[in-house]
Design a protein. Structure first.
Lengths: 188, 501
């Protein structure tokens, strides 16, 4: 079955087609949900809500743009919905545009660890970092999505970067200390 | 050392990030879709019913056997919005299940190394977060989905419980992943253990998948097994969850006010009948009849059973009337002597000498043409029409189903009315002269009507609403005996205000 047929059948409410669509895209969309959610349970709920919205609104999809892109936008919107009304006291950092770098040695940190760091960020920082860095939204778009100003979005991003950098660097130093401790105890 | 942009580090890792969700998610979606479908079925049939009602009304308005004008009636109905969240019940369930699971796990974990205990502690935090987040979610989640989501949460806990058993032996391996991570107070290890129970196992399965690919197949097998278990357990448990939610809803609904509403309504009511016939006498069967427009007014009371469904009643005073055209009459002593009175009318004492006849039918008994030659005739023959007036106290019992419930609302209305006869008169009119003949004796004191219509309303405020309701009422047993077919109906456009309290 081609994607067009699948979409067509989903529009008619065919349950089999809906399940096929779910099977085809659940993993990708769940990846998005995991990035934007604090916990796995929250991510699963967001995935559920996203698919419900997708099946409900699929009639409005006009086969013009990318279907996957359309579903991804719905998923991001669903995940962001609950943060929209949250207010954060934002202290605008001085140099929000500054580039944040980490040591090249950290390149091999595994994905799940990084995901954990992202998830641990405060809601709006996490959302802003994901939207800007990983999903290519502009600050203007982020402002609209989260109901904040462009300036706030920039400062959120800067704070998110700093927090992530700190987490990455502490993690590594902790491992180094751990290994040293093991080695020392071994020789003693 | 070379520096690398933080953004790039994340972009590289997450460029094609995918992860398989728990299979319970699809089940929950499937259930949610089922629910939606079922919900949609009801309005669909109601809509068909509405179309049928609209067609019936249009047909009657423009039908060939009545020379009609449109008239109006009013109805007062109410709808209430009761929105609820089920957060509390979810919390309870969430808290309850883990407790059971924990105790089992504690036994297993107790024998384990310090490392795994530390791990448990880490996961305690997660457990707390899970509970917190589900709390938030459940308060945000909307109507339909929330129930299934609860089921999802439920399944989640169940599954992790089951997985925990299978993974117990593996879990020690996992601790290597946690190497170097912070380990807070050891004193609280016991608490940590008890709290960690459920979540630990979930975490374990996650880590197993990532860190130890070799174990994946094992997990897959156990997942299948647990699956069945879960279904069995969760089905039994689901009931209680739903019960709890239902109870919760009921409680909240009870506490929410604004279920009752009441208000006055007034309507012009057009009365006519289908078929040729005359309830007065067979000689008037071929005469043309024309309906009259009268007034109906009263009070309506409504009770909102649910957001969409309202039951309403009230009390209305309503007058019905119709004219029989081409009637001639005169006054003659013959009326008394020749038994020339109409049997279905109880003549008033002042009208006993009246002889009434139809222009369309020649009848010896009711012959008014001769009477002009009659020396005893008091007056000449007059042409005119005969009116029959009926006054009722109407007690409706109707159901109101909301198709649209916004600032502007559309409802379907259906029900029955009990009509108690309080007024009954037959009169003759010729030019400006009107004479009352008497009362018809073939009218039932208690009459019923089947009602259907469409209600339109506009909300000025949440408490005050304006209604405009064209309603068709088909009379079931107005007359006890009829010559020919004479099936009366009324159409009214009821307008009025309703106030919620």
């Amino acid at each position: 079955m081609s994607l067009e047929e699948l979409i067509h059948n989903c529009k008619k409410g065919d349950r089999k087609a809906q399940e096929l669509l779910y099977r085809a895209y659940a993993d990708t969309l769940f990846g998005i949900c995991l990035k934007y959610s604090y916990t796995k349970a929250e991510a699963e709920d967001n995935l559920h809500d996203s698919f419900m919205t997708i099946f409900e609104k699929i009639g409005q999809f006009k086969n013009t743009g990318s279907f996957e892109g359309w579903m991804k936008r719905i998923t991001v919107n669903t995940a962001l919905q609950k943060y929209r009304k949250e207010e954060y006291l934002n202290v605008v950092s001085e140099n929000t545009e500054a580039e944040v770098t980490v040591d090249n040695a950290y390149s091999d940190i595994d994905l799940q660890t990084l995901l954990g760091y992202i998830r641990d960020l405060p809601n709006k920082y996490r959302a802003t970092f994901n939207l800007y860095v990983l999903d290519g939204y502009t600050h203007k778009e982020i402002g609209q999505l989260l109901g904040t100003t462009t300036g706030t979005s920039k400062s959120n991003l800067a704070r998110a970067r700093i927090l992530l950098k700190q987490k990455i660097e502490t993690k590594i130093s902790q491992s180094v200390v751990g290994i040293l401790v093991i080695i020392t105890t071994h020789f003693l | 050392m070379q520096k690398k942009k933080l953004d790039e580090l994340f972009q590289e890792k997450f460029s094609d990030f995918k992860e398989a969700p728990n299979h319970n998610v699809w089940r929950a979606i499937d259930a949610s879709l089922d629910k939606k479908k079922k919900k949609r079925m009801i309005p669909f049939w109601w809509q068909l019913g509405g179309i049928a009602a609209a067609l019936a009304i249009t047909f009657l308005l423009f039908n060939p056997f009545s020379d009609t004008q449109t008239n109006d009636e009013i109805f007062v109905g109410t709808q209430q919005k009761v929105e609820e969240t089920n957060s509390e019940s979810v919390d309870k369930n969430l808290v309850d299940t883990p407790k059971v699971a924990t105790e089992q796990l504690v036994e297993k974990t107790s024998g384990k190394s310090a490392k795994s205990q530390e791990k448990n502690q880490m996961t305690t935090k997660n457990q707390e977060r899970v509970t917190q987040s589900t709390r938030k979610e459940s308060s945000i989640s909307k109507g339909d989905w929330s129930q299934n989501k609860n089921a999802l949460v439920e399944n989640r806990t169940k599954e992790s419980k089951a997985n925990a058993k299978d993974n117990a032996s593996i879990s020690t391996n996992n601790s290597t992943n946690g190497l170097g991570e912070t380990l807070p107070n050891e004193a609280s290890v016991e608490n940590a253990q008890s709290n960690a129970k459920v979540v630990t196992s979930t975490e374990n399965t996650d880590k197993n998948k990532m860190g130890f690919k070799g174990l994946e197949s094992e997990n897959a097998v156990t997942a299948n097994e647990t699956d069945q278990e879960n279904q069995e357990i969760s089905e039994a448990d689901k009931k209680s969850i739903f019960d709890a939610i239902v109870n919760q809803e009921e409680e909240k609904q009870n506490t929410t006010t604004n279920r009752w509403s009441a208000g006055p309504s007034i309507a012009p009511v057009y009365f006519n009948a289908i078929g040729e016939g005359s309830p007065v006498h067979s000689i008037f069967v071929p005469n043309s009849k024309s309906g009259n427009i009268n007034l109906s007014y009263g009070l309506s009371v409504a009770y909102a059973v649910s957001k969409k469904l309202t039951i309403r009643s009230g009390i209305h005073k309503v007058d019905y009337g119709y004219d029989t055209d081409d009637v001639t009459f005169s006054s003659s002593l013959n009326a008394l002597s020749s038994n020339g009175q109409i049997a279905s009318i109880n003549y008033a004492s002042t009208s006993k000498s009246l002889i009434i006849s139809s222009k369309e039918v020649v009848s010896d008994k009711f012959n008014t043409t001769n009477s002009s030659l009659d020396v005893s005739a008091k007056s000449a023959v007059r042409d005119g029409f005969m009116s029959q007036q009926l006054g009722y106290l109407e007690l409706p019992l109707e159901i109101n189903y909301a198709l649209v419930d916004k600032k502007f609302g559309v409802n379907l209305i259906g029900g029955v009315s009990s009509l108690f006869l309080i007024d009954n008169a037959v009169s003759l009119t010729a030019g400006e002269l009107t004479t009352e003949i008497g009362e018809a004796n073939n009218i039932n004191d208690l009459n019923f009507s089947a009602n259907m219509g469409i209600g339109l309303n506009y909300k000025f405020s949440p408490k005050i609403r304006f209604n405009l309701e064209p309603i068709f009422k088909y009379q079931l047993n107005t007359f006890s005996e009829i010559d020919g077919t004479f099936r009366p109906y009324s159409i009214g456009v009821y307008s009025g205000l309703s106030f919620k309290f």
